[in-house]
Design a protein around this ligand. Sequence first.
Ligand SMILES: NC(=O)c1ccc[n+]([C@@H]2O[C@H](COP(=O)([O-])OP(=O)(O)OC[C@H]3O[C@@H](n4cnc5c(N)ncnc54)[C@H](OP(=O)(O)O)[C@@H]3O)[C@@H](O)[C@H]2O)c1
Length: 335
Amino acid sequence: MKAWRFQNAFGLENLACVEFPDPQPGPGQAVVRVRACSLNYRDLVVSKGGYGKAVKPPLTPLSDGAGEVIAVGPGVTRVKPGDRVAAIFMQGWLEGGPDDAKAATALGGAIDGMLAEQVCLDASGLVKLPDHLGFTEGATLPCAAVTAWHSLFDSGRLQPGQSVLVQGTGGVSIFALQFAKLAGARVFATSSSDEKLERAKALGADGVVNYRVHSDWDRAAREFTGGAGVDHVVEVGGAGTLPVSLKAVRRGGHIALIGVLSGAGEVDPRFIFLKQVKIQGIYVGSRRMFEDMNQAIAAVRLRPVVDRVFGFEEAPEALRHLERGAHFGKVCIAV
Ligand SMILES: NC(=O)c1ccc[n+]([C@@H]2O[C@H](COP(=O)([O-])OP(=O)(O)OC[C@H]3O[C@@H](n4cnc5c(N)ncnc54)[C@H](OP(=O)(O)O)[C@@H]3O)[C@@H](O)[C@H]2O)c1
């Protein structure tokens, strides 16, 4: 079987497709014939060697993949050959809160990832796909969707009628938009592109603003909520957008701190304590969250938004497409 791999060094020019023996499952393990992967901004950071010293070659990249179980080892009852599954982002985070041991099990980072024709994983690190989703749609779920779900529901305790601000139209933000709408919330979306904002409206966004045209997009967000500010911010921008988000959020509101897209910025802590804002760092989520999310996705037959599907042999080009930032929703690879 083939797997893409950074053998000796990071950098997309060093990503090579390598032949390996087919994996055999040991006790408690399952082999998955991967059918699709999806890309996350984090995979770009990893591929540039920017994910910390612990993440180093040789490494098969990508956290997100879905496929079919083709073999199981002794003692496996959780899945069987033929099951359609996705791998969970942190293989060791099944339930409860985060800890160091769980964080050290992230696919395509701490351990080899999913950009391979076959992977051998502990069966405990797999979840079944919702029946109505194909492998490509299923492969969009492990990182971006679970992160959005964790942010809104486990962290934010989102209630119907509340307001949610989503930043940009990448993977996490589009899932947050979709989940917030299915929960009966009002969504305010930002983007650098008017055309993408129209697409966000088509998905249910109730208010939109172009953050390139309006750098003070907090004003529009406050207007959207009659002056009070939004209940929740899904903060994927990081240091550059957090100061604006702190103006956009209501007193006592919630910010799920997720990403680093916007580069540098300075945060005035007075905004945090005077407004009594709850800021929660989010790092994907547990298997329990993934399964809760899948139940909701299945109940409303939610369809993830797939921007484009590349071939397995086009993996480096797929990462370059993500880097250009022209996508809307998820970029995928058929395996
Ligand atoms: N902590 C976690 O668990 C976790 C999990 C997943 C992702 N993340 C992080 O969350 C961020 C988003 O990840 P992703 O995979 O969803 O990325 P993505 O799909 O690559 O999203 C990129 C989009 O973000 C928008 N964007 C870029 N700069 C922006 C800015 N300054 N302000 C607002 N929007 C901006 C752009 O949307 P427009 O083109 O519409 O402007 C861009 O197309 C990344 O930093 C990633 O590392 C963290």
